[in-house]
Write a protein that binds this ligand. Structure first.
Ligand SMILES: NC(=O)C1=CN([C@@H]2O[C@H](COP(=O)(O)OP(=O)(O)OC[C@H]3O[C@@H](n4cnc5c(N)ncnc54)[C@H](OP(=O)(O)O)[C@@H]3O)[C@@H](O)[C@H]2O)C=CC1
Ligand SMILES: N[C@@H](CC(=O)OP(=O)(O)O)C(=O)O
Length: 348
């Protein structure tokens, strides 16, 4: 016996990965419901070797499930997540709508699993921003070993972070530039094929973007409010996998070998760092995988106690769907949720 689970946004990039990962991690599912907008009613999605038909969110009775994995954007979350939480199930919300709410825990299970104790305040847990998840997974073990004072991050974010439309735009524009159609930007503000765009989200008054601000705010909420974080977010013509160049200043010296040894032991992290021409990870290598990969670990001699890292992960998996399913596992393991039959898969 397991849980009754609904996936909202089941036709999307992240929703489909959630269905895959529930199966891959053998999360105990008794009933699965695929939910999307009215236009997708009846559309079939895969769950293991089964096919399930999407239901219209407006017609679904959420009181009949234990767990809702919500991945249909901020607007849908703002309209639905609190309502669903009040109806009974716990909502794991992938959008940015509730991440800053003091009554909503923001969780990366490898970083701050204890925050799960607040899950029932609103019956909502927020899944962090994809770029933040991979950043804090790599920073946490280093911060435990030598306090981090300041982090400078430059991201290289794939187009799948902007949903199905983002992937279609890169594909269609790439073909169009070779003469097979319209190359004008629609989803992104400028051409993304054969280009990079130093702008994700929307501009704030100080000239930064909300995507950059989220990475700073969410790192403070989950890891440590005293770490200074400065970020530049860049969209690159890669389909799946976000990369980050990360510069860290610690309060004591930490040699690259020590950092490598710490990261090798860290949950969720894989170190690929052979200093030879192909001894590092690229987004193409990380796509479809679960880990946060760390490569190019080296001293920054221009600051006191400085290190540079290259961090790559699959933004649809660890950056979204996998982290959400890991939160579901955490709820189950800690007894925050029990199925309607009283079932818990793991006793701790
Ligand atoms: N942790 C993170 O940082 C990440 C979070 N996300 C979050 O997940 C969301 C979805 O991302 P992604 O899968 O890439 O996006 P997609 O564009 O690929 O999919 C969007 C999904 O939302 C559904 N949807 C849209 N409007 C409604 C509605 N009114 N009612 C019900 N369902 C609706 C769509 O259904 P339909 O096909 O019927 O329109 C579709 O299933 C993002 O907007 C973001 O909030 C995404 C990536 C990473
Ligand atoms: N903004 C991220 C994906 C995303 O949806 O982020 P958020 O959940 O913070 O809105 C990207 O474009 O890569």
């Amino acid at each position: 016996m397991g849980y009754r689970v609904a996936i909202v946004g089941a036709t999307g990039n992240v929703g489909r990965e959630m269905l895959n990962i529930l199966e891959e991690l053998e999360f105990p599912v008794d009933e699965i419901h695929a939910i999307a907008s009215r236009k997708s009613k009846g559309v079939e999605v895969s769950f293991g070797d089964k096919t399930i038909k999407c239901q219209d969110i407006e017609q679904f009775d959420f009181s009949k499930v234990d767990l809702v994995l919500m991945s249909a954007g901020g607007e849908v979350s703002r309209a639905w997540s609190e309502k669903i939480g009040k109806a009974g199930p716990i909502v794991i919300d992938n959008s940015s709508a509730f991440r800053k709410d003091a009554d909503v825990p923001l969780i990366v299970p490898e970083v701050n699993p204890d925050a799960v104790k607040d899950a029932k305040k609103k019956n909502i847990i927020a899944n962090p921003n994809c770029s933040t998840i991979q950043l804090v997974t790599a920073l946490k073990p280093l911060h435990d070993a030598a306090r981090i004072k300041r982090v400078v991050v430059s991201t290289y974010q794939s187009v799948s972070g902007a949903g199905k439309e983002g992937m279609d735009e890169l594909w269609n524009q790439t073909k169009a530039i070779y003469g097979l159609g319209d190359a004008r930007p629609k989803k992104f503000p400028k051409q993304i094929a054969f280009n990079v765009i130093p702008y994700i989200g929307s501009f704030l008054e100080d000239g930064s973007t909300d995507e950059e601000q989220k990475m700073s705010d969410e790192t403070h909420k989950m890891l440590d409010p005293d770490i200074k974080v400065t970020v530049t977010c860049v969209r690159v013509p890669v389909f799946v996998g976000h990369s980050e160049a990360v510069n860290i200043e610690f309060d004591r010296p930490i040699a690259p070998d020590e950092a490598r040894a710490i990261l090798r032991e860290a949950p969720g992290v894989l170190v690929i760092d052979k200093q030879e021409h192909d001894g590092y990870i690229t987004p193409v290598d990380a796509a479809g995988e679960h880990a946060v990969y760390v490569s190019r670990i080296r001293k920054d001699p221009t600051v006191e106690n400085g290190l540079n890292l290259w961090v790559v992960s699959d933004n649809l998996r660890k950056g979204a769907a996998l982290n959400a399913v890991q939160i579901a596992q955490l709820l189950d393991e800690t007894g925050v949720i029990t199925s309607s039959s009283g079932y818990r898969s793991i006793t701790v």
